[in-house]
Design a protein around this ligand. Structure first.
Ligand code: G1P
Length: 289
């Protein structure tokens, strides 16, 4: 039986060193793209896939993220008093239903695999999505909803994948592809950050996954992998051949907001598409190029 997908885990424990000093006193996931923090893009995308329960894997100094999803009574009262309707509306998407969001601390930065393992009690025996909020996927339909379509057909694990320039394989988890219909590809092997010469393909995982709870077992005994970290990719690799395993070339454009260039590109791509800003942004961009 294929269990319905209702849960998402969002690893947000990273230090955000690439954005210092901006991230000295605020979590990088709170950096806004136009007027919405990165974490909100991930939550909105998950909600659009019917996901109702969220688990943030946080760390010391990142409590703002939890405050962000709380109700801001004083702010709302002040806005109401001043009849700021659009500002009140803007706040709506940031509150979650009572009891639908929990946070777990990853006490030590031991890697993405360890972060997911920290969510084991939240996951239980259910399938779950993982959204790395550094990645924003812009396009028609929620990327996780696209993965969920495949999951409902095949069950098992589904990863969002993308062809990357061959010299970039050492930045990603990379697939050894099996049967491939041009969109959906069977996963025959997985390697975390292989050197280009050792990479089984240039099909890379981006920060969107749907996994079954089976991944918790290998995560519970995994040793440190590439970069001295417990790698989610290594745990997933142990499940190949045991559960259905697919990659999906999703529709949409992915921005790596964990890098300065990707973050800036996301700002521009999102801004030029906005009804309230697009025209003006296009006009002022011409001044600089
Ligand atoms: C992580 C994963 C990697 C994946 C990438 C997607 O790497 O370990 O497999 O391809 O996210 O963004 P990180 O970017 O944390 O180094």
């Amino acid at each position: 039986m294929i269990k319905p997908l209702k849960k998402a885990v969002l690893p947000v424990a990273g230090l955000g060193t690439r954005f210092l000093p901006a991230t000295k006193a605020m979590p990088k996931e709170m950096l806004p793209v136009v007027d919405k923090p990165l974490i909100q893009y991930a939550i909105d995308e998950a909600r659009a896939a019917g996901i109702e329960e969220f688990c943030l894997i946080t760390a010391r100094g990142k409590d703002n993220l939890i405050d962000y999803f709380d109700v801001a009574y004083e702010l709302e009262a002040t806005l109401r008093g001043r009849n700021k309707v659009s500002a009140i509306e803007a706040l709506e998407s940031s509150s979650v239903e009572a009891g639908s969001l929990v946070a777990v601390r990853q006490q030590n930065p031991l890697g993405l695999g360890h972060a997911i393992w920290c969510a084991r009690n939240f996951i239980g025996t259910d399938p779950f999505a993982i959204l790395l909020p550094d990645d924003i996927v812009k396009g028609g339909r929620s990327c996780i909803a696209q993965l969920a379509d495949v999951y409902r057909q095949t069950g098992g694990n589904v990863l969002a994948v993308n062809e990357v320039p061959p010299e970039w394989t050492d930045r990603y988890g990379v697939l050894l592809p099996g049967e491939d219909d041009g969109k959906r590809v069977e996963v025959k092997g997985l390697v975390e950050k292989p050197a280009p010469a050792d990479a089984p393909s240039n099909l890379a995982i981006i920060g969107r996954y749907i996994l079954t709870a089976d991944v918790l077992e290998p995560l519970s005994h995994l040793k440190q992998g590439v970069g001295g970290e417990v790698q989610l990719t290594d745990a997933m690799a142990e499940l190949i051949g045991k559960v259905p395993f697919h990659g999906l070339r999703y529709e949409g454009t992915r921005f790596d907001c964990g890098s300065k260039l990707g973050f800036l590109e996301a700002q521009i791509a999102m801004a030029v598409d906005r009804e309230d800003l697009g025209q003006d942004v296009r006009a002022f961009l011409k001044k600089y190029i």
